[in-house]
Design a protein around this ligand. Structure first.
Ligand code: SF4
Length: 203
């Protein structure tokens, strides 16, 4: 009880606990902003997240199973959201090129228009992050990207597409290096959602 992350007295002398509570606050801000935008357009938050995911990821990823893993929700939850988006005319099904039994989702013109209206929902958080000095931003990003990779390795975050888990990542002479792009990566070049990511074999 006394050593609880959520006990303010314990937090006072435990930086890790304070970071966890701080991340929870930022996550609340993200959720609130997403909810507000969703309400404005008569959508649910997961519907907006699905639309944004489809808009910016390759077609192979835009299926119910992958999206359920991406957002750590059940397949029925994604299925229901997808059905609603199809009914509203924002997405449509497209047969997979590699597997005729499966399909992926693509945006319709109405879905593309909706993206332009909704994708700014996280801008208020961005505005505050932009006020940090570039070196501070880089430090925050460095720490967060490492925590995300470690959470993935621990089986808590199912999906991550960061350099640290990628087979093309190398640590040449102590520096970051991408063997696909064939170039060194600065900390600010480390990707958190890389289109070329290919998971390294950890066995
Ligand atoms: S392919 Fe992408 S994720 Fe992989 S190391 Fe290169 S930049 Fe990073």
């Amino acid at each position: 009880m006394t050593d609880s992350i959520f006990n303010p007295e314990y937090q006072n002398h435990n930086t890790s606990s304070k970071i966890i509570v701080a991340l929870e606050r930022i996550s609340q801000a993200f959720k609130v902003l997403l909810w507000e935008k969703a309400k404005t357009f008569g959508l649910s938050p997961i519907q907006i997240q699905i639309l944004l995911f489809i808009a910016y990821h390759k077609q192979d990823f835009c299926n119910v199973s992958y999206i359920a893993n991406e957002f750590n929700v059940t397949k029925p939850t994604v299925s229901d959201a997808v059905k609603a988006l199809i009914k509203k005319g924002h997405i449509e099904k497209k047969a997979s090129l590699s597997d005729s039994r499966s399909f992926s989702m693509v945006l319709t013109p109405s879905g593309k228009h909706l993206i332009t209206e909704t994708e700014d929902f996280a801008n208020p958080i961005n505005t505050q992050i932009e006020t940090l000095e570039p070196s501070k931003r880089e430090d925050v990003f460095k720490s967060l990207s490492q925590v995300i990779y470690k959470l993935n390795q621990a089986g808590i975050l199912t999906v991550q597409r960061t350099c640290y888990g990628c087979k093309f990542y190398d640590n040449k002479k102590g520096g970051h290096y991408c063997n696909l792009l064939d170039k060194p990566l600065k900390v600010s070049d480390i990707r958190i959602d890389c289109p070329e990511f290919d998971a390294k074999n950890t066995e």
